[in-house]
Write a protein that binds this ligand. Structure first.
Ligand code: NDP
Length: 244
């Protein structure tokens, strides 16, 4: 068995996922990059070098996650760490009835996380070794207008993560949930509700974090002794009081 660990990162083509991938490479991991935009995956993998590979993946498709893990096993041997990071945030008011966007948020943020877990869990449990990191949000701790469905998905990610952690606590497989506050990424580009977008573009009375700060939290969780599970980590901009 190799001593170099291998991590899979979903949503690796921008923002937090890209920063996590960079930090993992810097900390000696092999990294399998996963997302839908193949050109971005290829460019990043090329930049990161021989310890990085990529596999085009839509996390809303269960079979894509199974294929992703199989491709990682071929490239690097096994999956030691899965970072379920892919997410979208098309915030809207309920009255605007953006049902398709509700469906997409549930499919990507919630079901995508479940599909990732399913793709790695049996191998990790049978090896009695592994670490699953799920990226939730402070919107999984509190709710505001327009955040209802997004928050529901992120409350859900926190709930399933804690349930999973409890089930496999005796199997030496760790589960970490990271709940970021505001981070400067492309996430707001998924908002189509003009009123919500205008409110968001009005800016906030604090500077958002850079994605690297969330990557640092992931590295913190991974670098604990295997007997220590950083179960939940909340990282906010210092100036962020309420959610937005
Ligand atoms: P970005 O929009 O910058 O990145 C989102 C990533 O998810 C992209 O790489 C995108 O890649 C990927 N993605 C979207 N849909 C799919 C899909 N169906 N299948 C595979 N990958 C997909 O946003 P962030 O980096 O900010 O978001 C990362 C995570 O952090 C999300 O879960 C988000 O909810 C969470 N978060 C973000 C916060 C913030 O303030 N930015 C705060 C709290 C939590 P591609 O389009 O190539 O598929």
């Amino acid at each position: 068995m190799t001593s170099i660990k291998t991590a899979v990162v979903t949503g690796a083509t921008s923002g937090i996922g890209e920063a996590i991938a960079r930090a993992l490479i810097a900390n000696g991991y092999n990294v399998m990059l996963a997302a839908r935009r193949v050109d971005k995956l290829a460019t990043l993998a090329d930049e990161l070098g021989a310890k990085a590979a990529y596999h085009p993946t839509d996390v809303t498709r269960h079979s894509n996650l199974i294929d992703l893990v199989a491709a990682t096993e071929v490239a690097f041997g096994q999956v030691d760490v899965l970072v379920n990071n892919a997410g979208i945030m098309p915030l809207s008011l309920f009255e605007t009835r953006k049902v398709d966007e509700w469906d997409r948020m549930i499919d990507v943020n919630l079901k995508g996380t479940l599909y990732g877990i399913d793709a790695v869990l049996s191998q990790m449990v049978s090896r009695q070794d592994g670490h699953i990191v799920n990226v939730a949000s402070i919107a999984g701790l509190q709710v505001s207008p327009a955040f209802g469905v997004y928050s529901a998905t992120k409350f859900g990610v926190r709930a399933l993560s804690e349930g999973l952690r409890q089930e496999i606590a005796g199997k030496n497989v760790r589960v970490t949930t990271i709940s970021p506050g505001s981070v400067a990424t492309e996430l707001f580009s998924t908002i189509t509700d003009p009123a919500v977008l205008a409110a968001m573009q009005g800016g906030f009375p604090y500077d958002p974090m850079q994605p690297r700060s969330i990557a640092d939290a992931v590295i913190y969780a991974l670098s604990q002794p295997t007997s220590v599970c950083a179960g939940e980590i909340i990282v906010r901009p210092t100036g962020q009081g309420a959610m937005s």
